[in-house]
Design a protein around this ligand. Structure first.
Ligand code: ZN
Ligand code: ZN
Length: 239
């Protein structure tokens, strides 16, 4: 296993190089399993290390999570958005509000509880993506070149990475089941520059699984069109 932060080999729960903490999560049911287990005791599936952060650290990095309350008194934590299906309704001020780094790792767990998905307009919230604010939004988001989604996250929604105009590499975990963000806001027809003349560089998606596993990930037809056009390049690092 490789640390999602520094790329160095990872053994045990804490990266010896950068100190990032990981908990073992089931790739199928997202249960946090006891340390040392090779298989999930609930469903028998494989286990991977998911980055686990405290709420304070997440806040320090500008990553804001929304925690819906369920009748079973469980919390699923979403990165932004509204899990009731409203799409554009935001709970207070979730979303990404920190200084924009060159690389960001989105955690798979917060204080041992799973993060389910990256919801709509996580990076660009509110009216940041209305035409009269495009320039400002692009300037803010341009430094972000790499997004790594930690093991455990299952769904990326339609506007998950909206406005990430500088993005060159997106790393997706094997746990991802739906990749509904398709870069339409940035590639538009795939060739023309955007309204402000900004031209989006091609994106490499590094999927941390096999081609067969990727076949089972739900994507939009537009996503596949961009793959055909060469705007999105899919890489399978395990090959
Ligand atoms: Zn590390
Ligand atoms: Zn499981």
């Amino acid at each position: 296993m490789i640390c999602e932060h520094c790329g160095k080999p990872l053994q045990g729960g804490v990266c010896p190089n950068c100190g990032a903490e990981y908990l073992p999560v089931c790739i199928h049911c997202q249960a946090v399993v006891p340390a040392g287990s090779e298989r999930c005791p609930v469903c028998g599936s494989e286990v991977l290390p998911g980055w686990n952060v405290s709420r304070e650290e997440m806040e320090r990095r500008g990553i804001r999570a929304f925690m819906p309350y369920t009748p079973e008194h469980n919390y699923d934590i979403y990165l932004g958005g509204n899990p009731d299906g409203g799409g554009y309704v935001f709970h207070n001020d979730p979303g990404f509000s920190g200084p924009v780094p060159e690389k960001i790792v989105l955690p798979g767990l917060v204080e041992g509880r799973p993060i389910y998905g990256v919801w709509n307009e996580f990076f660009c919230v509110g009216d940041e993506f209305t035409p009269d604010r495009y320039d400002e939004t692009f300037r803010r988001m341009l430094p972000l070149k790499t997004i790594v989604v930690s093991n455990g996250v299952r769904e990326i929604f339609t506007f998950g990475f909206f406005g990430c105009c500088g993005l060159e590499t997106l790393e997706l975990p094997r746990t991802v089941q739906k990749m509904f963000y398709d870069f339409y806001d940035l590639f538009t027809d795939g060739v023309s520059p955007l309204q402000n003349g900004f031209y989006k560089k091609d994106v490499t998606i590094r999927y941390r699984g096999s081609r067969e596993e990727w076949e089972r990930v739900a994507v939009t037809s537009r996503f596949n069109d961009y793959v055909k056009m060469g705007r999105i390049r899919l890489v399978f690092p395990e090959e």
